[in-house]
Design a protein around this ligand. Structure first.
Ligand code: THU
Length: 137
């Protein structure tokens, strides 16, 4: 189990907050920032990136996770998400997180003031999930 120090938690929330400012969300006007702590010890951040052809956009969480994975990581150790209302990750993002994390991975949701509104785990936000083990991989 990854136990985060308060310093690690704050760094992750700060990074998510910084990345939220890079959101490209002219259609929803809902800016999301996310940051993941990867197994290499680095923090990778992402923002939601919308598109005039709406389904072509991507959520902040998946941008951050895919950045970490494409740098050679295969595990994320923690994730933070920042929105105006400390909103929850969507179902598709939860499934992508699940692929690359332990079930007890910390999940932190914060608002734009940096207040942590909700802390849970991967299993807490996606119970009885389907994952690589179900395919015996
Ligand atoms: N969004 C995220 O970035 N993450 C989520 O988990 C929920 C939704 C984005 C997608 C879209 O750009 C905007 O928020 C409104 O749905």
């Amino acid at each position: 189990m990854t136990v985060l120090t308060n310093e690690q938690k704050n760094s992750l929330v700060d990074a998510a907050h910084r990345y939220q400012k890079h959101a490209y969300s002219p259609y929803s006007h809902y800016a999301v920032g996310s940051a993941v702590l990867a197994e290499d010890g680095q923090i990778y951040g992402g923002a939601n990136i919308e598109n005039s052809a709406y389904p072509s956009g991507l959520c902040a969480e998946r941008v951050a996770i895919f950045k970490a994975i494409s740098e050679g990581n295969r595990q994320i150790k923690a994730i933070a998400v920042v929105t105006s209302n400390a909103g929850s990750p969507c179902g598709a993002c939860r499934q992508v997180m699940r692929e690359f994390s332990a079930l007890d991975m910390p999940v932190i949701l914060a608002d734009e003031q940096g207040n942590i509104a909700f802390e849970s785990t991967m299993d807490g936000i996606l119970p009885r999930s389907f994952g690589p083990e179900d395919l015996q991989i």
